[in-house]
Write a protein that binds this ligand. Sequence first.
Ligand SMILES: Cc1cc2nc3c(=O)[nH]c(=O)nc-3n(C[C@H](O)[C@H](O)[C@H](O)COP(=O)(O)OP(=O)(O)OC[C@H]3O[C@@H](n4cnc5c(N)ncnc54)[C@H](O)[C@@H]3O)c2cc1C
Length: 497
Amino acid sequence: MVKNDPQLSASSVKPRIGIVGGGMAGSTVALRLAELGIDVVLFEAGKTLVNGPPICHLHAGGNLYREISDEQCITLLRQSIDTLKVYPQTANIRPTVIAIPSRDNGSPSDLFPRLERLQTEYARLIQQNPNNNVLGNAKDYFKLYDRQLLEALAHKDTPKKAITLDDWMIPVAKNLNLDEFKLPLILVQEYGLSIFRIASTVSLAFEKLASSTVLTNTKVIHIQHQQEHPGWRIDYQTNGQAEQSINVDYLINACGYRTGTLDDMHGFQRDRMVEFKAAYIAHWPECQGDWPEVIFHGERGTPDGMAQLTPYPDGYFQLHGMTEEITLFKEGLVASTEKSAQPMLNSLFNRKLTDKWYQSEIERRTAKAVEHVAQFIPDFGRATVGGSPMFGAQQIPGDDPSLRAADVSFAGDRYARAEIVKASSALTVATAIVEQLREEALIAPETAFGNTELSQQFPVTKSLPLEDITSLAEQLAQERACPLALARPVGSHTNTL
Ligand SMILES: Cc1cc2nc3c(=O)[nH]c(=O)nc-3n(C[C@H](O)[C@H](O)[C@H](O)COP(=O)(O)OP(=O)(O)OC[C@H]3O[C@@H](n4cnc5c(N)ncnc54)[C@H](O)[C@@H]3O)c2cc1C
């Protein structure tokens, strides 16, 4: 797709921003700038936008990660609230249940102080701006379920549609053997995200934004800093055809796990890691009722690593298991070196990333993932392979592999890198880049919709009808050989959350 093809060789009076990489980060930055009327050219090597590693969970509080700091959790909460306000149609509105198995060293009470801190912060954000109320009442941010409450729920009929917090808990209460857990179970308002509806939202928005140019099937092969007219020359190839060039006033590197390849083209050094991981799709048609996401905590990298059950409509589930036989891989975490800012995964991973998985691997790892969840939900053992794995490599800037809230870094002249670890951090990158463009006088200080809040600065994106988004999302799911259920909304949506 080549949209709004500008005279790419001509230099413009208005600044032109080049963004390499059309994943969640690059697309969000491009949308933010295009919504402000700034000229952007977005280069994406793949056929469609947001085609990279999976995005299924909105980390509105970071409660999946016991090992990270409270500060990172609060950052993720704030970023998730912004994400829900800008991209309301991409959310799957259902809670998450956190369960601590008896065999685990942790205890539910270890989690309470952080949950209380997050709840207080959420209440404060709502008080500051009532539009921040996107995760339900602050008093319901989390709820504890002790044995008595769970046993009472287990005797109730499963509602066709979950509405109250307790409704969501009924299938869990009916299916988990409570003797195998340290109680209480915790229900928390961490919603889901659909990568397919993110991809369709950004694609539909770009079609309406005249100042954006989206070049898909287009690989950037070289970048050259320009001294005389400050900025960058970008050399690229579309569909493998003859090389073309364009000058831009500012370059944003949003290449995801390949961010180091652009850094290397200019000789920028950067410490970063890349981790290859995969999630699996299972089908459990006998499942009853609307399921919340369920997290069974466990020690990462051991056979008891965390299990994550992410529900979609029609009995489809996405599964993670933080063991080397499921989501993690031996030698799957690599780091940059002094010679190269690009961490190098070995050829086995490159085959998976660029070519395909063997059918036997898909079946073996999906079966392991099903087994891992069935330890806690025995009936889930009947689930079968529901689709191809969803996988990818995740970049982690710096040298702390547990870092989860990261955003942007600047280097050299007129060069920024988007370095998100979680999808919800993309808007923080966009805001920092707008600030930087203002500081460098590339855009006027008044370039904004007055003093309106961030979500009001995406009028085109926010006004897209959910039906149109879902319809294109289903098409994308089909093209990517995934069940259409993964593209369909869960929970009650309004277009303006
Ligand atoms: C198994 C797994 C599960 C995950 N689950 C979640 C989750 O539930 N929630 C969450 O928030 N996050 C999740 N993540 C992390 C999330 O997927 C990533 O943080 C996010 O997708 C990164 O977005 P990005 O735009 O930085 O990178 P990408 O999505 O990788 O986008 C980078 C783009 O750059 C393009 N590109 C690269 N080089 C070039 C070039 N030279 N020319 C042109 N284009 C180029 C690529 O084609 C690619 O499309 C998960 C990651 C993994 C691996």
